[in-house]
Design a protein around this ligand. Sequence first.
Ligand SMILES: [Zn+2]
Length: 355
Amino acid sequence: MVGVMKSREARIIAACAAAVLASGSVLAQQAVVTRDFEAEIQAALQAAKTAAGFEFLGTLVRTCLLPQSGGEDTRDGVPGYVTNPGAAPARETWYADPAKVFDNLYFVGGKVHSSWALTTSDGIILIDTIFPYNSEELIVGGLQKLGLDPRSIKYVLISHAHGDHIGGAEMLQARYGARVVMGAPDWETVAKYPNRYKTMAPKRDIVATDGMTITLGGTTVTMWLTPGHTPGTLSYTFRVLDRGTPINVAYSGGTAFNFVNDRPNPGIRNFQTYIDSQKHMAGKAAATGATVLLSNHSEFDNAVNKNRMLAGRGNGPHPYEVGAQWIQRYFEVMQGCARAAQLRLEQRLASTARR
Ligand SMILES: [Zn+2]
C-alpha cells in the first residue's frame, strides 16, 4: 500500500513537473512572438542619430539611410577608368587643394577620398592612396606643392583594398620603393582579382596584425584589425602635433556595409563582426586618448571642409579636434546603424521560423 501511494505520488509529481515545463515553453514561445522588433530597430536608429549630432551626419546618412550594396563583389573586370583613362571622372569632381593639417600631418587627398602624409625625421608614412587616375596629381603633386618630397615616402598604409584607397599603391611602391602594409585578407583579395586591381596591385609586402606598430623617425602608427567593411580592414591610432602640442588621432578605415548583408545567413554574423570591430576601435581610441577622428572619405570626417576652416583658425581651437567624447560617439553611430540593420535580418529570420 505504502509502495502504491509512493508511485502514485511520483506520477502526480511527474505530471505537475511536465505541466510546469510545458507552460514554461509556452511562455518562452510567447516571449519570442511578442518581441517588438520595430521598437528595437527604432531604438538603435535613435541611438545612432543622437550620437551623430551635427558632427557625424555623413556617417549617419551612409550607414543608417542610404541603400547598402547587397553582397560580396566577385567580379574580376578591369575598371573602366583603367581601360580608358578618358572615362575617369572629370577633374573638377575630385580635385581639392592639399593642406597642412597638423605640424606633421598633411592632407593630399581629393574632395571625396582622402590620403594623408604623416611626416617624420626619417621620411613619410602615407595613409591611403585614392584612385589610380588622381594619385599622381593629388599625392605626388600635392606633396610637392606643400614642399615635401614624394621620394621620402617610406611606408604606405592601405586601410582596405578598394580602388578608391589602393589606387596609387602600386605606383608608389614601384617608383619610390615604399613598403606597403595591408591586412592579410585584403592582400589575398588583391591576388585573387588581378584584373580588378590592374595598375593598383602592389607586390605582397607587410601583413598587418592587431596591435602591430610601424615606427619611422620616432613616429609610431599602431594598426588595429577592424574587419567588416572588408575582411582585412585596418584602423589606426597615432599621434600628431598641433603647434607643438601632442594630439591623439583615431583613424577609422572602413565604414559602409560592404559585405553580404541582405539575408540573415551570413548577414547577421557579418554585422556582428562589423559591430565588434567598432567596439574594438572605440576601445583603442579611448585608451590612447584620441580627440581627433580621421577617415579615408571626407563624407565621414569632413576633412575638406575642415581644411578650409583651418585657414581662418587664428588662435581658436583646431577644427579637427572635437574631444574624446565625440570620438566615442562616432563609433556609436556606426554601431547603432549596424545594429538596426542586423535587427531587420533577425526580424526576418524570426518571421520565417514562425511560418
Ligand atoms: Zn571601401
